[in-house]
Design a protein around this ligand. Structure first.
Ligand SMILES: O=C(O)c1cccc(C(=O)CC[C@H]2O[C@@H](n3cnc4c(=O)[nH]cnc43)[C@H](O)[C@@H]2O)c1
Length: 231
């Protein structure tokens, strides 16, 4: 499970009775839980999140215990009015919002330039099970390297991605690393702030971290019992 920062990782860890033990691996330090999950504070932004997640995936494979699922989790911005502060979003699409080229006629995703990918799809049955267990709303979660800070940018993103419910900075990077290793990916965001004009004082980080802990308490049995062959 990959979060951006250590406080998010610790919020996930609080859902489990045993805090686990640190396991240093080349390029990353994992927190290994007795339940069989590795937690990773993978860094802020898609590039560092991808690099850290790839390091963890490679280490697990070389250790002879490849991961069966990669989860990107953390706080995020929510698109009003669908996602109020403290609510949860589970991604049925993980989409890079700013990977492409600006042209005189508007934004072109890299796929329209002839390479790469801009969207990953988590397993549908797993998304449905997570939504049922946690109350998370399924929808598109956007990844960007810049936190949206104006109403204009929020409206433009929503116009380009009408199904977008939330915005984070790591999901697509984590998903790219998982895809390179053939592992399925999931993204769960707890909404700490509205996507729109920047008002850092209004971010409800504590509430979002508490929602993350509560969600992972309900999620653990779902993830453990999920059978990839159902998807
Ligand atoms: O200041 C703190 O105490 C604190 C605690 C936990 C996390 C943070 C972060 O700033 C982490 C950055 C993290 O947050 C995600 N995020 C949150 N809101 C948005 C948003 O509106 N748009 C994009 N990303 C957002 C993001 O994934 C960052 O990694 C601070």
């Amino acid at each position: 499970m990959a979060t951006a920062v250590p406080v998010e990782r610790d919020a996930v860890a609080r859902a489990f009775p045993d805090p686990g033990a640190e396991v240093p691996r080349p390029g990353v330090t994992l927190r290994r839980l007795p339940e069989g999950w590795d937690l990773l504070a993978a860094g802020v932004g898609p590039a560092l999140a991808a690099a850290s997640t790839a390091a963890a995936l490679t280490a697990a494979t070389l250790d002879g215990a490849p991961y069966g699922l990669v989860v990107s989790a953390g706080i995020g911005g929510g698109f009003a009015p669908d996602t109020p502060l403290g609510s949860l979003v589970v991604a049925d699409e993980i989409t890079a919002a700013d990977l492409g080229a600006e042209t005189a006629d508007g934004f072109l995703p890299v796929t329209e330039l002839g390479f790469g990918t801009v969207t990953h799809h988590p397993p549908a049955a797993l998304v449905a099970a997570v939504a049922a267990a946690t109350g998370a709303r399924p929808g598109t979660v956007l990844t960007g390297s810049t936190v949206t800070g104006t109403a204009e940018r929020a409206a433009l993103l929503r116009a380009r991605h009408p199904r977008a419910l939330a915005e984070g900075m790591e999901g697509f990077g984590v998903a790219e690393a998982a895809a390179a290793h053939g592992a399925p990916v999931l993204e769960l965001r707890a909404v700490s702030n509205p996507v729109g004009p920047r008002d850092r004082a209004a971010w409800r980080i504590g509430d979002a971290l508490a929602a993350l802990t509560e969600a992972f308490g309900k999620l653990a049995p779902v993830l453990t019992s999920w059978n990839p062959h159902d998807d």
